[in-house]
Design a protein around this ligand. Structure first.
Ligand SMILES: NC(=O)c1ccc[n+]([C@@H]2O[C@H](COP(=O)([O-])OP(=O)(O)OC[C@H]3O[C@@H](n4cnc5c(N)ncnc54)[C@H](OP(=O)(O)O)[C@@H]3O)[C@@H](O)[C@H]2O)c1
Length: 210
């Protein structure tokens, strides 16, 4: 297993790929030490944006920055590196709407999963079909890897299709909130293949399915 300890800016070492294969579904997400991706009422502002983590991951995953923020960061013309598609649960999609955009990751193919939303959402495809069948089909199509953005409910329903986890764990405990996987009790085992430790206290661990 690769184990990197960083005190600042690093060079990206590459992710563990095994050559020509089906595109991967990757759950890339930030959590607290106690496994929450948001507070009980969807709060997420307390999750820090650590400069050392950003510097390390941005060259590999610039497409995970929302379009509006990319403009401020001078990333507007930066090509996508790993993902060409993002999947969002309806609740994870809501902050973008609150910020005034229906297309938070305009540089990606965007799929939002909701059985209750009606109306028009320019820039995204609203998926009302069975999520597992839909994503299994998406994985069989040609393309770059697929980013599962969250949240916990969508991740739980797609857990059996996830190929890789990239977990940014921040040294915070919040006691209650929305879990990384918010579904029924089910044990699955994952194999860690890379750990990145940061001076800020964040730990980025990558796992693949066993
Ligand atoms: N820390 C991070 O990196 C990170 C990343 C992403 C999100 N978040 C946070 O996570 C929170 C949201 O997570 P969450 O677990 O509450 O909600 P979520 O998974 O984002 O959305 C849940 C909703 O999505 C729809 N949905 C989920 N699975 C579905 C399926 N299999 N088929 C059809 N529709 C499905 C349902 O909407 P309908 O009820 O409309 O059917 C469901 O109520 C937000 O606070 C967000 O900010 C944090």
């Amino acid at each position: 297993m690769k184990h990197f300890r960083y005190s600042g800016l690093i060079a990206w070492k590459g992710h563990a790929g095994t050559g020509a294969e089906m595109r991967k579904l990757v759950y890339y997400v930030g959590t607290t030490l106690d496994g929450y991706i948001a507070g009980p009422n969807g709060e997420y502002d307390f999750l820090p944006i650590e400069p050392d983590v950003t510097e390390a991951l941005l060259p590999e995953l610039p497409e995970t920055i929302p379009t509006l923020a990319r403009e401020h960061m001078g990333l507007t013309d930066t090509p996508n590196r790993r993902f060409d598609t993002v999947l969002m649960g309806s609740a994870s999609y809501q902050p973008g709407l609150d910020a005034g955009t229906t297309s938070p990751y305009d540089h990606l193919d965007q799929y939002v999963f909701s059985k209750s939303r009606t109306g028009e959402y320019p820039g995204v495809t609203m998926v009302r079909d069975d999520a597992v069948d839909f994503v299994a089909d998406l994985k069989r199509r040609d393309g770059a890897d697929i980013w599962l953005c969250g949240g916990g409910k969508l991740a739980a329903s797609l857990a059996g299709l996830i190929d890789e986890l990239i977990i940014k764990r921040y040294p915070l405990v919040i006691g209650a909130g929305i879990p990384l996987f918010d579904g029924p009790f089910r044990v699955s085992r994952w194999t860690p293949f890379q750990v990145q430790e940061f001076a800020s206290g964040a730990l980025v661990t990558r796992y693949r399915t066993t």
